[in-house]
Unconditional design. Structure first.
Length: 136
């Protein structure tokens, strides 16, 4: 991986982490009934693996930066269209199938999975905007 990909991936990771924290607080404030589901034993919040939650945005940011670098020429159009199409592609290829799997295999509500679907789309589009700006 080039320095440009790594640096843009780390910046995207920081942005996605901030978006995750904002999304968590927004969920608690706007949808408290949804947020209370995170206290279910399905979610292990006391584990030492909790750090993986905070590392996920960096893993996603680096993966998306690498993918953007390899495929950016396949996205035609304006700045905004390219970024949004990139985010939608990420959502269709990665987020939607995983949410389908989670909903079918784990006892979580459709509303919770739906919120993750929306959040995944927002993450992909935010990463698309940032990566295109840093690595056009």
């Amino acid at each position: 991986m080039s320095r440009k990909v790594i640096s843009s991936g780390l910046v995207a990771g920081i942005a996605l982490l901030l978006l995750s924290v904002i999304g968590l607080y927004a969920t608690v404030w706007l949808f408290p009934g949804l947020a209370v589901q995170y206290f279910d034993p399905t979610f292990d919040s006391q584990s030492q693996r909790a750090i993986l939650y905070f590392l996920h945005p960096f893993v996603a940011g680096l993966a998306l930066a690498w993918f953007w670098d390899r495929c950016k020429n396949f996205f035609p159009g304006s700045f905004l269209r390219r970024a949004l199409e990139f985010g939608l592609l990420y959502w269709l290829v990665a987020v939607f199938p995983m949410m389908w799997l989670i909903y079918s295999a784990i006892d979580v509500s459709l509303a919770l999975v739906g919120s993750w679907l929306v959040f995944g789309l927002l993450q992909g589009m935010a990463a698309g905007l940032l990566l295109q700006k840093m690595n056009a």
